[in-house]
Design a protein around this ligand. Sequence first.
Ligand code: MTE
Ligand code: MO
Length: 377
Amino acid sequence: SWEYVQKEKSPDMIHVLDFPYNGEPPKDRVIEHAITPNPLFFVRNHGGIPKINADDWTLNISGLVREPKRLTLADLKDESKFSRVSNIVSLQCSGTRRIEQIHEYPGDGDELINAPWGEGAIGTARWSGVSLKKVIKYCGGLKDGAGHLEFFGADTYFKKGKVYNYVVSIPWRKVKVHEAILAWEMNGEPLPRIHGYPVRVVVFGYIGARSVKWVYKINAIENPSMAPVQSKEYLYYTPQIGKQNATYSGGFSIQDMPVSSAIMNPIDQQQIIHDGTIKLKGWAYSGGGHWPVRVEVSGDGGSIWYEVDHKKMSDKYFYAWRLWEIDLPVDAEGWLEFCVRCWDNALNTQPTYVRSAWNWDLHVTSSCHRIKIYSIN
Ligand code: MTE
Ligand code: MO
């Protein structure tokens, strides 16, 4: 694994976990580019990094499809079979900003020891490949009753005494509208090994967990996958749930990501000498095919809000973040609470406080992002 971490990732990456390797870029570098360079794209792994020879790789498509098939990479790249698609899409781990929930109350969730992510487990790339719908059609389409597609990753991980492949599923309705692709290129380069070489799934607007890396099998099934990552992880619990009363079936399976945003510069506890304005920079994102339409910041913990000028927001895409910046007027001195909130095109906005949406497994920290700044005017 380290071979690929060293070869493919920037030396600046913050190692959130050494094994399985999980890393995010430093705050400033997350927002350096609207399209994240591959070496700076966050990495989320459950197990090792498989070494797959693209020439030997095949994709087995089976289950409730009319004509099960085994496709090679050459088949997928054959433009007489499938047209090539390219989409700018953000991937966001549902653990992004988890550290804020840990600080509020650490809880005892399954993933607690896994990854105390900051605001960097999000990135945006241009993914190229083929629409998964076309591939399923090539297999004669789905049989009656098929409602979900299950994706198998070649990596393995160890949990409670057993070895599993990484397996999750998504509903067919997501595939039907061309919001899931099989990608072999990331920003015009072959997919890096650490990001799923030779082929990964990219599901637009969903939690990163459904975008399966190193995919080797797709199984059409009736109901969501019973594999552990689908049925026991990435569940959202109500505030009353804790270790003593949690049941997996009591959690809500996270799919569409809600609207979220973060201030990436300045950083928490920073002292700033200024003459009346402080420049703030960050990202804003909404899943489910929604996009940020308004970003607002406050220098007083959320009493008075200032809107980011649209000209200071990066381009709009249906499935990607927007970077933003603003010169915030600040007269007060001393410790101030800066915060940001985003509104998406469906006019959803963010919960006010971390505690408004705290949940046992510490997923989807989408509350208004807050930092403390020491202002010297
Ligand atoms: N696919 C496989 N095979 N194994 C994994 O551990 N992690 C998932 C997803 N796909 C994972 C996977 C999770 S939780 C996320 S957030 C994204 O990959 C992260 O994608 P990246 O590592 O390319 O940034
Ligand atoms: Mo994730």
